[in-house]
Ligand binder design. Structure first.
Ligand code: PSU
Ligand code: MN
Length: 312
């Protein structure tokens, strides 16, 4: 049985150079409660289709990387217990053991690349955690952005992280971080972080051209397209910082560590904010899916023209 199984619809779109957007599943299994998780995953797929692209939701099921899930597969993933949260380190383990696994940003990038997909939409990437100077907790998402040629459309990095250190890490590893129509790096639930966006572009055509040039130059690795949540859906940074401090303190008090930290804090924030952080999370990931669909269309248009010789 092949370890990479691409759904027919996704395979056809890729063969015909039509736009495809990859979607992760850790947001479903570890990022949001049921039933909002499955409803959101479905809504992302339909938003992407409405814009003329094909969604490719990625997970590991039955010992294979699955690119494109059926409705019932998505349902069973969303309700199952003991689904692994997969990153680069344990992707092959899930394949070898046949255990079900949801893909994080890092693992989704790896699988998207194997399938030939260049654009991926999520909520927010993992990054350098607060206190990383003692815990060494730095998300493998950052290293993946440095290595794997996939553009990740997100609302920045989750504000529970150390955002200045996250940006420093990305700069050191040569990852373009592009604010979409913003000069400020967005902070997931909030439009503002107080930190400048390292780069800024105001159209998906320009982003597609930047990606095409980056990869034509032989520069390995991905890019982060940071799309701030709509103003109507945001939780302003001033309010959010207190909620985050409380949730981070709860995680520390309970000794939550490693890969459990991000899911714990996300769930705690939903409680602390009375569900508001979840509504914001849903809105921002939907917005990212729409932007990714538009970007994927422009990337396909560029892929039609002669390579390399255009620039060199
Ligand atoms: N975006 C969301 N919710 C999430 C995530 C992203 O809106 O739950 C997940 C992604 O899968 C990301 C992971 O890769 O959180 C980061 O986990 P960690 O900090 O343990 O690397
Ligand atoms: Mn971690």
């Amino acid at each position: 049985m092949p370890a990479l199984q691409i759904a027919g619809e996704v395979r056809d779109a890729l063969a015909e150079h039509r736009p495809v957007v990859a979607l992760e599943t850790t947001i479903v299994t570890h990022g949001m409660p049921y039933p909002e998780n499955v409803a959101t995953a479905r809504s992302l797929e339909s938003e992407i289709r409405t814009l003329g692209a094909v969604p490719a939701t990625i997970a590991v099921l039955g010992g294979a990387i699955r690119v494109g899930l059926s409705e019932s597969e998505l349902d069973s993933l969303a309700t199952a217990r003991d689904v692994l949260k997969l990153s680069r380190n344990d992707l092959a383990y899930a394949l070898a053991t046949g255990k079900p696994g949801a893909t994080t940003v890092a693992a989704t990038m790896i699988c998207a690349r194997l399938a030939g997909i260049r654009v991926f939409a999520t909520g927010g990437i993992g990054g350098v955690h607060r206190g990383a100077e003692t815990t060494f907790d730095i998300s493998a998402d950052l290293e993946e952005l440095a290595r794997t040629p996939v553009a990740v459309v997100c609302a920045g990095a989750k504000a529970l992280l150390d955002l200045p250190k996250t940006l420093e890490y990305l700069e050191t590893h040569g990852v373009p971080v592009v604010g979409y129509r913003t000069s400020e790096f967005p902070a997931f639930w909030s439009r503002s972080s107080g930190l400048p966006a390292p780069l800024r572009l105001d159209s998906t055509e320009e982003i597609a051209r930047m990606l095409d040039l980056k990869w034509s130059l032989g520069l390995e690795g991905g890019a982060m397209i940071a799309n701030p949540v709509d103003a109507a859906d945001e939780i302003p940074a001033a309010g959010m910082s207190g909620y985050i401090a409380a949730a981070v303190a709860d995680a520390a008090a309970r000794g939550i560590a490693g890969k459990a930290v991000t899911p714990f804090i996300l769930a705690r924030l939903v409680e602390i904010t009375g569900g508001r952080s979840l509504r914001t999370n849903i809105a921002l990931v939907q917005s990212n899916a729409r932007l990714a669909a538009e970007l994927a269309s422009h990337c396909c248009a560029m892929a039609g023209r002669p390579r390399r010789s255009t620039y060199f």
